[in-house]
Design a protein around this ligand. Structure first.
Ligand code: NIG
Ligand code: FE
Length: 407
């Protein structure tokens, strides 16, 4: 073996390559006194400590918890500037949509991202990726959507492509040109929808710059019929589709996600029962973002109700400069326990196997099993409950990415 991890107190992992729903959401196996062997970047041995093979290199986990590397299935990784100037407006009571309507919010980040050069964006996103890895995230999804014009959307997607090649992190790319209506189209939103459908989607498809297409279906952004048009066009051009649905107002986004058989629906804070029925019926994964609820002072999505209805749940950071300026997925994990009332096992599923399924990386990611990629975290925790019980500090001890110790 190239690398053997010994003296693992608890190995906690899901099994297999399929999304887990309902009672299966908590299907995490915990085994004690284990060792893991890695060969050619893959997991090659899992078994009792006493029978562990010899490794060219060996790590003593020191009686700590080991889990799969975390999968963060929803981020807006590449952006120019920050939005700290909006904090005081927010404290005075302006809502997220008030700030957006007045030309701030996403539109402010659009200005900064248009103004930023390729290398500036790349260097900034690269440092986020370094820090994410240091917090236990080993696979990440990244959306565009701070360009809202051809040039800048492509620039963002090219940054992701370059980073996926150069950085240790595995990155899955999503085109989200339909993130807001840019100022140029303020009085002609249908014209922007046409531009996305006729120009942007075909170009991104031709250049193979994204696997998914996503849209912000929300009051004052894209309504259900515009969202249906855009996502249908995206599907026709070969994209799988995702949707920011019923985050703030229940306008029918979750139902649309079911109708279009989206791979995932995101946020869902305000999703009504009929929306949840459509998600369940069509096997859509709910990607829940509790750090955003926290940061926007909103309600929390009805995660337990979703589990009861058989909707598979993933949990992600939603890292972005506005509604969730935090890339530490451990924060979302903690909130998903305390606020959604997920058990530690259900929450671990949400950031490992189900997160991987939400970006279709489950063949190689999301569990510690023979043949899968060796993306592994050793936590400074004696057991799984401890990981969810502590709060606010980085609990990572060691991160192994594709078989190599990176931290
Ligand atoms: O998922 N809701 C829309 N998009 C992002 C926020 C983007 C921003 O505020 O910059 C989200 O929360
Ligand atoms: Fe988002």
């Amino acid at each position: 073996m190239d690398l053997v991890i010994k003296n693992i107190s608890v190995l906690a992992t899901a099994k297999g390559k399929s999304v887990q729903r309902g009672i299966e959401q908590g299907n995490i196996e915990t085994r004690e006194n284990m060792a893991i062997g890695i060969l050619d970047k893959k997991i090659a041995y899992i078994g009792k400590e006493q029978e562990a093979p010899i490794g060219a290199k060996e790590i003593d986990a020191g009686g700590r918890l080991v889990t799969p590397g975390l999968v963060d299935a929803h981020t807006h990784l590449v952006f120019g500037g920050y939005r700290q100037n909006e904090l005081e407006r927010k404290l005075r009571g302006d809502s997220y949509l008030d700030i957006l309507r007045s030309g701030g919010g996403i539109l402010s980040t659009v200005n900064s991202t248009r103004a930023a050069g390729f290398e500036e964006l790349q260097t900034k996103a690269e440092s986020f990726l370094d820090k994410m890895l240091a917090h236990g995230t080993t696979t990440v999804e990244a959306k565009s959507g701070y360009g809202l014009d051809m040039e800048t959307e492509i620039k963002q997607l090219q940054v992701v492509k370059a980073l996926n090649e150069s950085h240790k992190m595995d990155i899955v790319s999503t085109f989200m040109g339909a993130h807001a209506i840019p100022n140029e189209y303020k009085d002609n939103p249908e014209g922007f929808v046409d531009f996305i459908i006729n120009e942007m989607i075909p170009h991104v498809a031709k250049e193979k710059l994204a696997k998914y297409c996503d849209i912000f279906c929300e009051t004052a952004v894209f309504d259900v019929s515009q969202s249906r048009r855009i996502l249908t066009a995206a599907k026709e051009q070969g994209f799988k589709v995702k949707i920011h649905a019923d985050e703030i107002d229940p306008i029918g986004g979750a139902s649309l996600a079911g109708e279009l058989q989206c791979i995932s629906a995101e946020h869902l804070i305000a999703a009504p029962d009929e929306g949840l029925d459509e998600l369940a019926k069509n096997g859509v994964i709910a990607v829940l973002l509790p750090a955003t609820s926290h940061y926007l002072n909103k309600d929390y999505a009805r995660a337990k109700e979703m589990i009861k209805r058989g909707i598979p749940i993933a949990v992600a950071s939603d890292f972005n400069p506005g509604s969730s300026p935090n890339f530490n997925l451990q924060v979302a994990m903690s909130l998903s326990c305390l606020k959604y009332k997920l058990t530690p096992k259900e929450a671990l599923m949400a950031v490992t196997l189900n997160g991987a399924c939400a970006i279709e990386m489950q063949e190689t990611k999301g569990t510690i099993e023979i043949g899968k990629d060796a993306d592994i975290v050793i936590w400074d925790c004696p057991d799984l409950n401890f990981l969810f019980y502590r709060f606010g500090n980085n609990q990572v001890h060691t991160v192994i990415k594709n078989g190599r110790i990176v931290l």
